[in-house]
Design a protein around this ligand. Structure first.
Ligand code: ADP
Length: 566
């Protein structure tokens, strides 16, 4: 895993001393691994020949002590590797989360190629497993070969030949496991996405009896995944088995060659046994590494994808804190849209503090897209979007949160308390501001009626609440801390007439305090609270101006057509 710049590089660099420690532990561990073969050598060549029990006892005690020490070091190595894996995870986890949240907005559908959190988990799992220790032991192969060579050159060459064959097998294994591992990961990601889609559409599936059809679709794709897994698993098992069998074969071959050398009086029987054990020991880490190869390849590919995802996300540059806007919103010849699309063309309009704007137009006109651009979700491709004198992009997203309130069309609350949701999880939020926002959104009474009031825990989907209640709490979240720019996308879609009246009053109150309130309206009732109208069609502004003027012109030819058609 190569070092590189960026967050991953920094994390790996910070782990370098610990990794160096693990590598250094390889020296005593591998030296101590000679205990078994050397003990055997002494038993055969010294104890059995002399028949000395005291020698046996001393050697036995010594070997036991060395094994104990070996166990301690091996245990320490595993503990250190586990901690390395956890530190790596802890260092990159928040960046991975940020990346997985913001990539879809930045690169649109191509974001499905990345799964930073899953990839980080693949790396962590590999680092915490037995793979790294085995890989750290592989460079010690020449050392063991050297010891076998010292026993007898013929044995050394035979063992080296065996290592050569194993290396070729490992290379072939690597070659064959690369593509299947990437494919398996892709299929796993697709599977999670499909399962999530099913969960979030549970009601639709139950209501319209779609379960059987979807189960069949799931089984088909699952069958495909199982086929690929079987194929990959068979390959991996084939290589593991070949390598394991070859290791046994080599051990016996060395024993055979050793026996021949004993007969020729070249070596002692003890050396014969010790060399055979040592040959097996030389190849043990390779065998273990091959067993872990799938995880290794998954971790390597995960690390590469994670690096790519983090680079695509990029670091938000440190921005100097600008004063909060207070006077105007100015949009000039704006071209923008979701990543890779310029749905909005040549959009221009201006608003001042206290203005209210209703965006109307047929479905697909670009109203939601404009709302998203105004709150900084989509970037400005050409033209300008200024608040006071500064372009919106001159504020960091964290700073923007201080003056933007946004109510999206598809509302999701976060798991946590109602109060936390309204306060956008700001740790320093005070109760007074939370209650003020709730009162503004006419949500105070409904929240107080909940079992735990503001401390009521809501699920990830706010499932304990009705859509209308969720919409009011989300409105309170948008109005929290009196933002200068409030953008509400269809805020009345789930509200009853009381709710709509409260919404109109909230819009007016916000405007009275100097906020600019922009409302995407599909139903005309909400337009009562605004004084300007922007009519959109096919991504362009058809009309913009004072409400009465625009509505008069729009409604004149066929009364009620445009707004009523929403
Ligand atoms: P409205 O809110 O006026 O109904 P939208 O702003 O949601 O319209 O969409 C405007 C157009 O942009 C539609 O034709 C829609 O298909 C397209 N569109 C919306 N979101 C995306 C997206 N993420 N990628 C590509 N096209 C999109």
């Amino acid at each position: 895993m190569q070092m590189d710049s960026g967050a991953i590089g920094a994390s790996l660099r910070s782990l370098r001393p610990a990794l160096a420690g693990v590598a250094a532990l390889g020296l005593p561990i591998n030296l101590l691994m000679l205990t078994g073969p050397l003990f055997m050598l002494q038993i055969y060549d010294r104890v059995l020949v002399s028949g000395s029990v005291p020698t046996l006892v001393v050697l036995g005690g010594l070997a036991a002590g060395l094994f104990l020490f070996y166990g301690l070091l091996e245990g320490t190595r595993s503990r250190v590797l586990l901690r390395i894996s956890q530190r790596f995870d802890a260092q990159l986890s928040a960046a991975g989360f940020e990346c997985s949240v913001s990539l879809p907005q930045m690169i649109g559908r191509s974001a499905h190629r990345y799964d930073p959190i899953g990839d980080l988990e693949a790396v962590r799992r590999f680092l915490a497993g037995p793979g790294p220790a085995a890989i750290f032991d592989i460079p010690w192969m020449p050392f063991y070969l050297g010891v076998i060579y010292l026993f007898h050159p013929v044995l050394g060459f035979a063992a080296a030949g065996g290592v050569f064959v194993i290396c070729i097998l490992v290379g072939l294994n690597e070659l064959f496991s690369r593509r299947p591992a990437a494919m398996a990961r892709r299929l796993d990601m697709q599977r999670s996405a499909t399962a999530e889609e099913g969960r979030s559409n549970g009601e639709v599936i139950a209501a319209m009896g779609m379960m059987d059809a979807l189960k069949e679709r799931w089984s088909l794709s699952n069958g495909d995944r199982l086929d690929k897994q079987r194929w990959t698993g068979d390959r991996a098992n084939l290589f593991s088995t070949i390598i394991k069998t070859f290791r046994f074969l080599l051990q016996s071959a060395i024993l055979g060659i050793g026996a021949w050398l004993v007969i020729a009086h070249e070596i002692t029987p003890g050396i014969m046994i010790a060399a055979s054990i040592m040959a097996s020991r030389t190849l043990a880490p390779v065998e273990q590494a091959v067993g872990q190869w799938r995880n290794f390849v998954a971790a390597r590919q995960g690390l590469r994808r994670l690096k790519e995802a983090l680079e695509t996300r990029g670091d938000e540059p440190e921005r100097m804190a600008l004063p909060l806007p207070r006077t105007s919103l100015n949009v000039q010849n704006l071209v923008s849209g979701p990543p890779g699309h310029t749905l909005l063309q040549d959009v221009s309009f201006s608003l001042g503090a206290g203005d209210g704007l209703g965006i109307i137009g047929p479905s697909g006109a670009g109203k939601t897209t404009l709302a998203r651009v105004l709150v900084g979700v989509y970037p400005v491709v050409r033209g300008s979007l200024r608040l006071d004198q500064s372009d919106l992009c001159q504020w960091s997203s964290r700073q923007r949160g201080a003056f933007i309130g946004y109510l999206p069309q598809d509302i999701q609350l976060f798991s946590g308390t109602v109060a936390q949701n309204i306060a956008r999880f700001a740790p320093s939020a005070v109760a007074k501001d939370i209650i003020q926002a709730a009162r503004l959104a006419d949500a105070h009474a409904l929240i107080s009626a909940l079992p735990d009031g503001y401390n009521t825990q809501i699920g990830a989907r706010g499932s304990a609440l009705s859509r209308g209640q969720v919409q009011r709490i989300a409105l309170a979240r948008a109005l929290f801390a009196n933002p200068f720019l409030v953008v509400l996308d269809e805020p009345n879609s789930n509200l009853d007439s009381n709710g709509e009246a409260a919404l109109t009053s909230a819009i007016r109150t916000m405007r009275d305090t100097g906020s600019i309130v922009i409302v995407v309206a599909h139903r005309p009732n909400v337009l009562v609270g605004v004084d300007n109208i922007l009519l959109m069609e096919s991504g362009r502004v058809r009309r913009f101006g004072p409400k009465e003027d625009v509505l008069k012109k729009v409604l004149a030819p066929v009364p009620g057509s445009v707004v009523a058609a929403q």
